[in-house]
Each structure stands twice: as structure tokens, then as C-alpha cells.
Write a protein that binds this ligand. Structure first.
Ligand code: PHB
Length: 388
């Protein structure tokens, strides 16, 4: 063969090989895209769009494609069907999203056979990551936020507390974490109320809180209409100023603050993320996610779980050179540390949940806007509930 021809053929072969290795990698994302919790799902999408805007849609030669599936409320059977379809029919290589705990638990048994990792952007019950070695979480756990709030309550010399939580996984974790930590520090939980997930009239709960004789109420409900209803009832039933309000940050998500108005001023919460977190990384994230939402006032924490979730998935793709190897992908991100818009964050190799700063925040008015101002930090908080 003439050498010029040989060189030309070699060049063609190189181009073809390059083309063959450039693939589209599909990521199936399940979340509440419609219904009462639609804003939370919209924030998943905003976080993903912000990730693409700031980091591009490619990992090496591979292009990422996100396939969204709508799961309006906690519905384990539907969650399982959607995940199965994404794995089998759409051939996704990764699963992400998941707002509610029961949906994460329903999907866990599908992952090993499907050879697909699940990166949880929100669901926050500690037990979830123990249900499959292929689950990694980029949000927080209720043990992190609730135990930290109990420490704060003890430091502030609060004596008697009544706990009020939604009656399902994360609520039970919140109640246990608060009670165990608070009583170990010398406080007393005088009563514990578990509210059905569908509760929307909180006046009777407020009556019980008032009658309990507690100095403070501790609360967890899943962010969305229930949290807005609960905080409004706390204010409307005259508890503000009489009983101290201590809650996880789910209760004062930024998108609810305008509706709560000045009545929200002074509310104390513990959480992993505030839109007001003062850092350059967060500033860039807030700008990109706000743009993706169209209305920046809608920005709330599921967006940061999704943004960091995409970062983790990109690292998994890098480590596996785009090949489908779920175990290797998960192994590669154990111990991964980076600066998130929330602050420093690391995937704990043991729990596969974040080790991160849990902030004490107070609702304040800054520049005419209600914000969750970070007033104290509890750095390097692991998922304290993993072994409970
Ligand atoms: C959950 O179901 O795990 C969950 C949902 C919403 C939250 C926190 C936890 O705000």
C-alpha cells in the first residue's frame, strides 16, 4: 500500500474510533414536576440546568441527557414503575432526583440488577442509603439537622420542648434525633406529636402545643404546602412570642418566605443550605439557578441537591470512562470532597451521605427581602443517624 494511502486510512480509523467513544449518557430524574409539590421538582430541574450552564453538558466526549419523570407525591408503587421503565426501556445509566423517602425505599431493590446508581437529590431519612450499596445522597439527613437543633436548644437553655413531626420516615428520624440529643444534654421532651402526612388543618396541633406547657416547639414537615400551612398556623394561633419556634430548615424554605411575610422574622432553623450563603460559588449558583427558574424568588434547597448530584454523576462518568459499571461508579465518589454552593461538602465513604456544615439560621430582612441568615455553623456534621 502506498504510504500516503496508509496514512489517510489511519486518519479515517482514528476519526471513527473517536466517534464511536462519544456517547450520549442518559440520566433518569424522578421528582414532583406537577401537583402541590411542583415547585420542589422545578428546583431539581433548575439545579440541573444551573449545573449545565456553569459546567457544560459534556463529560469527556460523552454528552449528558436528562430524562424527567413526574411523581407528584409520595407514591412508592408508581416510583418503582417509573424507575423500572427508565432502566429497562429508556436505558438510563444513572438515576437521580427523588423528593420523598418512601419513593427512594421502593427504588432501592431495582438498582443492583439494573446496574444503575441512584443519586438522591433530596429524600432525607438516614436508613435509605443502607437499602442499597448503589445509593449516594447529595442532600442532608434529618438526623443532621434535628440533632444540631437539639444542641442549639440545650445551649440556649430551653428547658421543655414538644416535638411535632410528619408521621413518616424523616419525621420519625427528626423526632428521635431531637429527643435523644436534647435529653442527653439535660433537656426534657414533654410530648411528641406525629401528624399524618396529609394534615392541612394545623389549628388543633397548635392548641396541643399551647396546652403542653413547653417552652419551645420543635417541628419537621416536608417542604411545600404542609410547611407553609404549619408556620402560618403557628403565627395565626398566637404562639409567636409565647413559645419558641425551633425547626429544621424545611420549615422556612426561601420560596415560602414572601407568603409568610414579617411574621417569619426571628424563626430559628437548622439546615445544610441557605440561598443567602455568602460565597462566590453560591453567588454563581444562585444567578444560574435563578435564571433557569425565570423567577429567582422561587429558588429553594432541592436545587442545590440536584446541582451537587450532577457533579457527583459527572465524577462517576469520568471514573468509569462512560461505561456502565454502577459499583465502580459509586466506589469512585466515596470520599469525594468539593466546595458546594452550600459550603464544604464530602461524600462520607461509610454512609454515602454528605459530611457538611449544618447552619443555625434566623429569618431576617436584608435589603428589603426575607432571608435565612446563617448565624452559627456546625462544620463537618456526618449523618448521625446511620447507625441508629
Ligand atoms: C423526605 O421525604 O425524605 C423529605 C421530603 C421533604 C423534605 C425533607 C425530607 O423537606
Amino acid at each position: 500500500m502506498k504510504s500516503a494511502l496508509r496514512i489517510a486510512l489511519a486518519a479515517v480509523a482514528t476519526v471513527l474510533a473517536g466517534a464511536a467513544s462519544a456517547a450520549t449518557i442518559k440520566i433518569g430524574v424522578i421528582g414532583p414536576m406537577s401537583g402541590p409539590f411542583a415547585l420542589q421538582g422545578k428546583n431539581f430541574k433548575a439545579g440541573i440546568d444551573a449545573y449545565f450552564a456553569l459546567n457544560g453538558e459534556k463529560v469527556g466526549n460523552d454528552t449528558l441527557e436528562v430524562i424527567y419523570r413526574d411523581l407528584p407525591e409520595a407514591d412508592p408503587a408508581r416510583a418503582k414503575t417509573l424507575a423500572q421503565e427508565l432502566i429497562v426501556k429508556d436505558k438510563v445509566q444513572y438515576l437521580g432526583g427523588i423528593y420523598f423517602t418512601p419513593d427512594a425505599l421502593a427504588i432501592a431493590p431495582l438498582l443492583e440488577q439494573g446496574n444503575v446508581p441512584l443519586v438522591i437529590f433530596n429524600a432525607a431519612t438516614s436508613a435509605i442509603t443502607q437499602k442499597s450499596p448503589l445509593i449516594v445522597r447529595t442532600s442532608f439527613t434529618l438526623w443532621q439537622t434535628s440533632a444540631t437543633m437539639a444542641t442549639v436548644a440545650a445551649e440556649q437553655k430551653v428547658g421543655k420542648v414538644i416535638t411535632t413531626v410528619s408521621d413518616y420516615g424523616p419525621g420519625v428520624d427528626a423526632e428521635n434525633a431531637f429527643k435523644k440529643t436534647f435529653e442527653a444534654a439535660g433537656g426534657k421532651v414533654v410530648d411528641s406529636i406525629r401528624m399524618p402526612l396529609r394534615t392541612n388543618d394545623f389549628a388543633p396541633i397548635m392548641q396541643r402545643v399551647r396546652d403542653s406547657g413547653a417552652d419551645a416547639v420543635f417541628a419537621f414537615l416536608p417542604s411545600g404546602p404542609p410547611t407553609l400551612g404549619y408556620v402560618k398556623a403557628f403565627n395565626d394561633n398566637g404562639l409567636k412570642g409565647k413559645i419558641k419556634f425551633l425547626a429544621t430548615g424545611d420549615l422556612t424554605q426561601e420560596s415560602d418566605l414572601p407568603a409568610l411575610g414579617d411574621a417569619a422574622l426571628g424563626l430559628l432553623t437548622t439546615f445544610h443550605y441557605s440561598v443567602a450563603h455568602p460565597s462566590e460559588v453560591n453567588k454563581a449558583f444562585v444567578a444560574a439557578a435563578g435564571k433557569a427558574l425565570g423567577n429567582p424568588a422561587e429558588l429553594t434547597f432541592p436545587a442545590v441537591g440536584a446541582y451537587d448530584g450532577m457533579y457527583v454523576i459527572a465524577k462517576m462518568i469520568e471514573a468509569t470512562s462512560g461505561k456502565q459499571d454502577a459499583a465502580k461508579a459509586v466506589e469512585a465518589v466515596k470520599g469525594l470532597a468539593w466546595e458546594s454552593p452550600r459550603g464544604p461538602m464530602k461524600i462520607d465513604p461509610k454512609t454515602r451521605s454528605p459530611i457538611e456544615t449544618i447552619y443555625l439560621r434566623e429569618v431576617k430582612k436584608e435589603g428589603g427581602k426575607l432571608v435565612n441568615a446563617e448565624i452559627a455553623s456546625h462544620p463537618d456534621t456526618p449523618d448521625l443517624g446511620f447507625d441508629q
